[in-house]
Write a protein that binds this ligand. Structure first.
Ligand code: DX5
Ligand code: ZN
Length: 232
């Protein structure tokens, strides 16, 4: 590339955040260590309540155990109704980052402010069909936005293509507003599309089945990081 505006992405340009939803829960410690050996820097923890989404997964006791088992940043994605009731407890359990869905919380300012006051990074998660306008004001008190690129509830779903444009529009919004907010994208990301997601502006990439689905999380994480290191 000759243009001065095109520079090869430096190592560490984005964080890879494997979602343990697709890991073998009976061997969770080993699975996490393996992903970390491949370069993962964040661990994504999908908390589902069977109400906001049609699936039930894990909660506070697992986060407490994970906190003792790994030094990776713990990123708790709350797919639950009334997330404001539990968000601070997740920080107290050891989460470094906690995201709550804009569709689930009528009191985003209160919840995000409480997460920060407890010492966590506060995130707003947004479903594929929810307009970005819904989180316009929340950008002033959020540390990150988690854009869903599948409908939340299950791992292993197909990436919803038009979400790429949404990531770009959010990146523009953040730039224009001059706020310090990172973009995380979650759902259906694999070696075929990770470079597009990073190029669109994401700096935290969640991947569940692409990391844990093939039996070698170290190699899978390494491969994703290599494929996501794009010209931007
Ligand atoms: C979906 C979850 C995602 C999911 C990602 O509701 O929020 O984190 O586990 O898994 P993959 O990468 O398999 O889509
Ligand atoms: Zn998630």
């Amino acid at each position: 590339m000759s243009s001065a505006t095109n520079t090869k992405a430096a190592a560490g340009q984005f964080d890879l955040a494997p979602s343990i939803l697709s890991a073998d829960f009976a061997r969770l410690g080993e699975e996490i260590a393996s992903a970390e050996a491949g370069g993962a820097t964040i661990l994504h923890v999908d908390v589902m309540d069977g109400r906001f989404v049609p699936n039930i997964t894990i909660g506070l006791p697992v986060v407490k155990s994970l906190r003792k088992a790994t030094k990776l940043e713990l990123d708790c994605h709350l797919m639950i109704v009334e997330p404001g009731r539990y968000a601070v407890e997740f920080v107290e359990a050891g989460a470094d980052m906690v995201s709550v869905h804009v569709e689930a919380d009528a009191h985003l300012n209160r919840t995000l402010t409480a997460i920060r006051a407890a010492g966590g990074k506060a995130g707003v998660a947004i479903n594929p069909a929810t307009p970005l306008a819904m989180l316009d004001d929340a950008l002033d008190y959020a540390d990150f936005v988690l854009i869903m690129s599948v409908n939340p509830g299950f791992g292993g779903q197909r990436f919803i293509g038009p979400v790429l444009n949404k990531v770009k529009r959010l990146a523009d919004m953040i730039r224009l507003r001059g706020v310090d907010v990172r973009i995380e994208v979650d759902g259906g990301i694999d070696g075929s599309n990770i470079s597009d997601v990073v190029a669109a502006g994401a700096r935290m990439i969640v991947a569940g089945s692409a990391v844990f689905g093939g039996g070698d999380p170290t190699a899978a994480a390494r491969d994703l990081i290599a494929k996501g290191s794009v010209w931007v």
